[in-house]
Design a protein around this ligand. Structure first.
Ligand code: CP
Length: 327
C-alpha cells in the first residue's frame, strides 16, 4: 500500500509492513532531525499547520519535520483568528486551505472535525488530534520509540505485555496506539483505569479479534508487574463537561511504585504533557533520573517519525537516502 496522496486521519491505515517501512525511513532520518545531516526533498512544498486546540509537541515537531525536509510552513493557531470566527464552515475552510498548500496538519477539539475538513479537499490532511478521537502521528512516534527501545533491549515487539494506564476513555493517543499494537502478534494488553474511564469497547474488541490477550483492571500495582511497557496518560480534564473526578492515589506512577513493581527493563512512556499542578496524580517528576523513563526519547522521536510520514504522503520517500549530505 502506498501512502502517497492519502489523508492520514486514523492509525487504521498502517499495517505491520507499512509501520516497519516507516521505521526504516525514520531511522535514516534521525541524523537529519538532529541537524547532523541535510536533505531538501520537500523544497518548494508548503505545509499548512492549523491548530484549533492547544499544542506544544505536535505543532512544533510537525513544523520542524517539514522545515528540515526543505519545505515551508504556513501556520495558524486558534479558530478565533481565522474566518471560522465569522461563521465559515470547516468544509469551506478545508477547500480554501487545501488550495494554498501541499499538505495540511490539523488539530481540532471535535471528533468529526477532521473528517468534515478532509472531505472538502484532495490535498492530504494529517490528523494531529481530533478531540477524544485519535492522534495517529503520536501513535506512530510511540511505536517508533518502542522499535528503538526494544532494539536496545534485545526484544521483539511480538509477545510483549503492554500496560496502558489512566484516562483511556478520553485519551486519543491510546486509541490510536491500540490499533497499532494490534498489528503485532500475541500481545497481552492490560488496560488499567478507573471503571468510568475505561478503553472504548470497539478498541478492546478489535485487539481481541486480532488474537491479543486483553486484561481490564483498576489496580496499577498489580497490572504493572511484569509489563514490558508502561504507557501512562494524563486525566483529560478538558474533555469533561463538569469537574472531572480525580484519580485515586493508586494511579500515581512514581518512583516508589515503579521500584516496587516494575521490571528492571521496563519502558515507561507518556505522550505528554504531564500535569504537574498541585493535586494531579499524573506521572511523577521523581522518575526523571530513571533510565526506564522514555518520555523525552518519545518527544525526540516525533521529528524523524513525522518526517518519514510527510515524505511518504508527498511521494518523495524513495529519494531520501540518495539526497542526504552532511550538515
Ligand atoms: N502529545 C501531544 O499531543 O502533545 P501536545 O498536545 O503538546 O501536542
Amino acid at each position: 500500500m502506498s501512502l502517497t496522496g492519502k489523508h492520514i486521519l486514523s492509525s487504521d491505515l498502517f499495517d505491520r509492513d507499512e509501520l516497519e517501512r516507516l521505521f526504516r525511513l525514520a531511522d535514516l532520518l534521525v541524523p537529519v532531525a538532529r541537524g547532523e545531516q541535510v536533505t531538501r526533498v520537500l523544497e518548494g512544498a508548503v505545509m499548512a499547520s492549523l491548530f484549533f486546540e492547544a499544542s506544544t509537541r505536535t505543532r512544533l515537531s510537525c513544523e520542524s519535520a517539514f522545515l528540515r525536509l526543505g519545505g515551508a510552513v504556513s501556520s495558524t493557531t486558534g479558530s478565533e483568528v481565522t474566518s471560522m470566527s465569522k461563521g465559515e464552515s470547516l468544509a469551506d475552510t478545508g477547500r480554501v486551505v487545501g488550495g494554498y498548500c501541499d499538505l495540511v496538519v490539523m488539530r481540532h477539539p471535535e471528533v468529526e472535525s477532521i473528517h468534515e475538513f478532509a472531505a472538502a479537499t484532495n490535498t492530504p490532511v494529517v490528523n494531529a488530534g481530533n478531540g477524544a478521537g485519535e492522534h495517529p502521528t503520536q501513535a506512530l512516534l510511540d511505536m517508533f520509540t518502542l522499535h528503538r527501545e526494544f532494539a536496545r533491549l534485545g526484544k521483539t515487539m511480538d509477545g510483549r505485555r503492554i500496560a496502558l494506564v489512566g484516562d483511556l476513555r478520553h485519551g486519543r493517543t491510546v486509541h490510536s496506539l491500540m490499533k497499532l499494537l494490534s498489528r503485532y502478534d500475541s500481545m497481552t494488553i492490560a488496560c488499567v483505569s478507573p471503571a468510568e474511564l475505561g478503553m472504548p469497547a470497539p478498541l478492546l474488541e478489535l485487539a481481541a479479534a486480532r488474537g491479543h490477550r486483553i486484561e481490564e483492571s483498576d489496580q496499577p500495582a498489580t497490572a504493572l508487574k511484569d509489563a514490558d511497557v508502561v504507557y501512562t496518560t494524563r486525566l483529560q480534564t478538558e474533555r469533561f463537561a463538569d469537574k472531572p473526578m480525580p484519580y485515586s492515589d493508586d494511579f500515581r506512577i512514581d518512583s516508589s511504585l515503579v521500584n516496587r513493581v516494575c521490571r528492571a527493563d521496563a519502558v515507561i512512556m507518556h505522550p505528554l504533557p504531564r500535569d504537574s499542578r498541585p493535586g494531579s496524580n499524573d506521572l511523577s517528576a521523581d522518575l526523571n533520573g530513571d533510565p526506564r523513563l522514555a518520555i523525552f526519547r518519545q518527544t525526540d522521536a516525533g521529528i524523524p517519525t513525522r518526517m518519514a510520514l510527510f515524505a511518504s504522503v508527498l511521494g518523495v520517500a524513495d529519494g531520501i537516502a540518495a539526497s542526504l549530505r552532511p550538515a
